[in-house]
Design a protein around this ligand. Structure first.
Ligand code: COI
Length: 361
């Protein structure tokens, strides 16, 4: 059931519960959490109920809660930005919440009432507005999450859920910041297969990626680039983002095949590139094509795109025993242009022609 008029109770933290704010220049990523969170519960009889904005606090869950056993857990990543006048802006929040509903459908979880959740999210951010960083490199990262809480260990979908939103002031996702990252092209492990859950933002996809990521980190690479599960040659996505290549005069990204995440940033980059008159292609692209393009000099740039990573230039790929240096290991012109373009929109410095921004407060 989708309760359109969700009643949200507000329980503010006492003054003595308020936390000290971290240094905005040393935020890291996802380490600090704000004073308040949003929580609501679902069961078959009541639908979504007990919606509250509360002080940030622990949950108490039965050890049999289904999320611990069968991993019904989905989440989203969004950000709140400050514009130059100090106003707080959200970027395409409805698209994220709708994507959460697509993930919910795939994982047999209940859909959230998007408009009511957006309203509660805005109230939540406004309450913790002092946590939204003012400095350009920093934002308030928002993490809507849903978990299965019914205490039953027979395998079926849960009949009880908690949905919550926590918020974390963050700096750049990668230690490299906007500098190019080195990426390992993974040809042993696979992230997702056709018919699987690759297009859903579900916790298990990230758990399954850790082994490959850890091995890549040990070899000195920041992330892995996943290949498809069948032919092991078509490019899918990076561990934390979608991927783009500039080959000749084309901006190319793997098409949404069902096994990659339909990124909101990915979609925004495609739109911004088209606005700039750049030719875009969403299609299958193999690692062999990337290598051939590097050999004939037509591979000009590569970058990842995601909410956390924003645009993250790729300076080097390692595939089997081959090293592919991209644009001399430097940030490419188009990567820089799209990054500036996207940030300028998100920070209200450029006209929001696509009506992507939602004001808080
Ligand atoms: C995001 O980009 O928001 C994500 O959820 C990726 C995560 C690994 C930080």
């Amino acid at each position: 059931m989708l309760n359109k008029d969700l009643e949200v109770t507000l329980r503010k933290a006492d003054k003595n519960q308020l936390k000290a704010k971290p240094d905005p220049n040393k935020l890291g990523f996802g380490i600090y959490f704000t004073d308040h969170m949003f929580v609501m519960r679902w069961n078959r009889q009541q639908g979504w109920h007990n919606a509250e904005i509360t002080p940030y606090q622990n949950f108490s869950l039965d050890p049999a809660a289904m999320v611990f056993h069968y991993g019904q857990a989905i989440f989203e990543g969004m950000k709140a930005y400050r514009d130059s006048s100090g106003q707080i802006l959200l970027f395409r929040p409805t698209d994220n919440l709708e994507r959460m509903n697509s993930s919910a459908l795939r994982l047999c979880m209940p859909r959230i009432p998007v408009n009511a959740v957006l309203k509660a999210l805005k109230a939540l951010i406004y309450l913790d507005r002092d946590w939204v960083p003012y400095n350009d490199g920093a934002t308030l990262y928002l993490r809507p999450t849903m978990i299965a809480t019914e205490p039953v260990i027979g395998l079926r979908s849960s009949e009880e859920y908690i949905f919550f939103i926590i918020k974390s002031p963050v700096g750049a996702y990668y230690a490299e910041g906007f500098n190019p990252v080195r990426i390992y092209v993974e040809d042993t492990y696979v992230r997702a297969a056709p018919g699987g859950v690759g297009a859903a933002k579900t916790a298990g996809n990230y758990a399954a990626s850790l082994k490959a990521m850890t091995e890549a980190n040990k070899k000195g690479y920041s992330q892995v680039l996943w290949l498809d599960a069948i032919d092991r040659k078509y490019i899918e996505e990076v561990g934390t983002s979608n991927i783009f290549f500039v080959i000749g005069d084309q901006l190319i990204t793997p098409k949404l095949s069902g096994s990659i995440l339909p990124g909101i940033t990915r979609d925004s980059i495609l739109q911004l590139a088209r606005d700039l008159g750049i030719k875009t292609q969403e299609r299958r692209i193999s690692i062999d094509e990337v290598i051939a393009a590097q050999e004939d000099g037509s591979l000009r740039e590569a970058f990842g795109s995601g909410t956390a990573a924003v645009i993250s230039p790729v300076g080097e790929l390692c595939y089997q025993d081959r090293t592919i240096i991209i644009n001399g290991g430097r940030v490419g012109d188009l990567s820089r242009r799209l990054y500036d373009n996207l940030q300028d929109i998100q920070r209200g410095r450029q006209e929001d022609v696509h009506k992507w921004l939602v004001r808080v407060g």
